[in-house]
Design a protein around this ligand. Sequence first.
Ligand SMILES: [Fe+2]
Length: 139
Amino acid sequence: MTVKLQIYKCEICGNLVQVFQEGDGNLVCCGQEMKLMGIQYDTTEIGEKHTPKVEIKEGKKFVNVIGHPMTKEHYIQFIETFTIDKKELHLKFFNPDEIPEMKAFINDSDDFNSIEYCNIHHLWGDNIMLENEKGDYSI
Ligand SMILES: [Fe+2]
């Protein structure tokens, strides 16, 4: 069974998919079940930065993962924000050498979560989500 906005990866071909409609079945790719990408959290902020951060610039909210490498071998593939009720989401993809930052279009509310996906270290959530969900959040 899937849950809305979960992200699954095929460990053979690398397909990465996100669930928009929940279903009872398991997702299969290349003849085997896809792996659920669990959300990781880092409250220590020691070493490599993976935690999405919300910053306000000139009254507008931005989400970034500045401090993480953006090389061809190791980079942030995308940042996504979504409202707590999962009715609105905003997704931005990045190429290596780009700044991993996007304008959060959900400007009238603090009630949104941020996740980011690193091509090596996979899926990370922001500390707001960790706080809201008591650490066991799984989309
Ligand atoms: Fe990383």
